[in-house]
Design a binder for this molecule. Structure first.
Ligand code: 5GP
Length: 178
């Protein structure tokens, strides 16, 4: 089993490039079917989603747009831990069918906050597509519409996801060694 070291931690290979691509293709095909005749606006949540967004969007055959946001959790000078601002929204969401692109949904706190913020912008519909979901950790009732892969409640790195800023460039997904 292939192992890598990122900073001070060892990770073992968890999902290959082929497995990742195949799982993304499945949800892309579902989105293509669900949104026939519509022009969705994909909103990718940076930083982690950049590879997922790039691979997913190339499998989308609909007329569509894509934009990216960063989330901020600041009130005054202090981080609140709660997302209260989306940075980088560059177009009106009024009347649009929005598909949020996330790298991973863990407890669901982040995605719930993002949906709350987007709901105030007058969108026609909001759905969520995530590369990874940790069902054992997920604590919210909001539906996660498109999930490429469900994974156990373990820390993963690679394919856009980082460990302390590193590892985003790794082609495959690795899981922390016990
Ligand atoms: P939440 O708990 O709000 O659903 O997850 C928030 C964020 O935690 C994710 O967007 C991601 O940045 C980070 N996160 C959660 N689980 C993992 C993981 O296994 N690996 C990495 N690299 N980040 C994670």
């Amino acid at each position: 089993m292939r192992e890598i070291t990122v900073l001070d931690k060892t990770f073992k290979l968890f999902k290959s490039e082929d497995e990742i691509r195949a799982s993304i293709k499945v949800i892309a095909e579902t989105i293509n079917t669900d949104y026939q005749g519509k022009t969705p606006l994909f909103i990718g949540v940076l930083n982690g989603c950049f590879l997922f967004a790039a691979d997913l969007i190339r499998e989308i055959s609909l007329d569509c747009e894509i934009s990216f946001v960063k989330v901020a959790s600041y009130k005054g000078m202090k981080s609140t831990g709660e997302v209260n601002q989306l940075i980088g929204l560059d177009r009106s969401l009024e009347g649009r069918d929005i598909i949020i692109l996330e790298d991973i949904v863990d407890t669901g706190n982040t995605i719930e906050n993002i949906v709350d913020l987007l709901e105030k912008a007058g969108c026609k519909s909001i759905r969520i597509a995530t590369f990874l979901l940790k069902p054992e950790a997920y604590k919210k009732s909001i539906n996660i519409d498109y999930v490429s892969m469900e994974i156990p409640n373990k820390f993963v790195v690679g394919y856009g996801l980082d460990y302390d800023g590193f590892g985003r460039n790794i082609k495959e997904l690795f899981v922390l060694k016990d």
